[in-house]
Ligand binder design. Structure first.
Ligand SMILES: [Zn+2]
Ligand SMILES: [Zn+2]
Length: 382
């Protein structure tokens, strides 16, 4: 198997996934991430390469979405009038934007390229920073997400003959799309760590959501209290994710690496710093090799500090995947480009000072214990 790593680039030949200037999911977050990865020199053109995305085909989108939803998405994005609110489109989280079908199909295609790279052995690990749109449902746009690219990539892996997939979602929001889509699918283990749905969109992701029928126990949720900070968050990750994924022995590990868990994120209330992204990246990398034959398909996800946090967070993950040691000091060229784009100052280093947590260690520990008590026995653990 190759030891190569691929950064899958969305491409300049597709319309951007852009809900408009007032919307928090800005294309600049992905563009600045790619630039930081390049300015650090991580992509060397031989072992670590950039691969071009393609569009997901209609047949691939149909692995997860319904025909009428795909049709509605295409027509709404081309300015036709219709009952689009029925499909989740309208003012607010999912405004209709031009060419949204084409843009969504490209995001999904980028995750499929990552999955193809890893499954074929062309690369060991592949990362689609534009992906991770984990709230889209089979027939409904939700939470800024048109097509559910992680779910489409997983469905494609299963269709291609993969027997077991583990999906780990560290976005601050519950990974409700993949969980719901594979709720009765015993071949897919989903684990989502997130701020509890009692205080955050989408309002789901509780410990008792376990999957049904033969799939019971394969859907795992770790709902954390607001203001959970670095130490407690990582304790939760370490207690739950590695034991279950090791036990699961997936053929492929798929991860959604949303960084809206950052303490400065404007849309949520967890308290992480980049130190936790580094530890999580190392832990997922180790897990990919020890439990998933090295096969790791990674996507981006949420993260709304688009200049200050997102590019640093995902560069930390991609450097780990690529096993390239990079200096803490950010390249001058990138700082200048980011500040020009943003119109405000950005940090100069990947690392940042620790911040005090606001959630009690006891409350986090009780969530961990509840998950262990409920889920572990279903996997023959404990
Ligand atoms: Zn999110
Ligand atoms: Zn590796």
């Amino acid at each position: 198997m190759s030891e190569g790593v691929e950064l899958v680039w969305y491409g300049d030949d597709a319309p951007w996934y852009d809900h408009g200037p007032q919307h928090p999911l800005r294309p600049a977050r992905v563009i600045l991430t790619r630039q930081l990865i390049h300015d650090y020199g991580i992509v060397d053109g031989s072992r670590v390469v950039e691969a071009a995305a393609r569009d997901a085909t209609q047949e691939e989108l149909l692995l997860v979405h319904t025909e009428r939803y795909i049709d509605a998405t295409a027509r709404a994005g081309h300015g036709e009038r219709g009952p689009w609110t029925e499909f989740g489109y309208g003012p607010g989280d999912n405004p209709i934007f031009p060419n949204m079908h084409e843009a969504g199909a490209r995001v999904a295609g980028a995750s499929l390229v990552a999955a193809e790279a890893v499954l074929s052995g062309r690369a060991e690990h592949a990362f689609n920073p534009a992906g991770g749109l984990h709230h889209a449902m089979p027939e409904r746009a939700s939470g800024f997400c048109v097509y559910d690219d992680p779910a489409i990539a997983i469905a494609w892996l299963l269709k291609t003959g993969v027997e077991r997939v583990a999906y780990v979602d560290v976005d601050v929001h519950h990974g409700d799309g993949p969980q719901f889509i594979f709720y009765q699918e015993p071949r897919v283990l989903t684990i989502s760590l997130h701020q509890t749905g009692r205080t955050l969109f989408p309002g789901t992701g509780f410990v008792d959501e376990l999957g049904t029928g033969e799939a019971r126990g394969t859907k795992v949720n770790v709902p954390l209290p607001p203001y959970t900070a670095d130490e407690e968050w990582f304790l939760a990750f370490e207690s739950i994710v590695p034991p279950l994924v090791r036990r699961w022995e997936p053929d492929v590990l798929v991860t959604q690496l949303g960084c809206d868990t950052h303490y400065t994120d404007p849309l949520a209330q967890l308290g992480l710093t980049t130190a936790t992204y580094r530890r999580t990246a190392e832990a997922l990398h180790t897990l990919a090799h020890e439990a998933a034959h090295g096969r790791w398909v990674a996507t981006g996800g949420g993260g709304y500090q688009w200049a200050r946090v997102v590019p640093r967070a995902w560069t930390i993950y991609f450097a780990e995947m690529s096993m390239v040691k990079i200096p803490d000091e950010l390249p001058r060229s990138w700082i200048e480009a980011a500040e020009r784009e943003a119109g405000f100052e950005v940090p100069n280093t990947l690392s940042e000072p620790a911040v005090p947590g606001g959630a009690s260690a006891d409350s986090v520990r009780s969530v961990i214990e509840q998950v262990e008590r409920t889920v572990f026995p279903l996997h023959g653990l404990r």
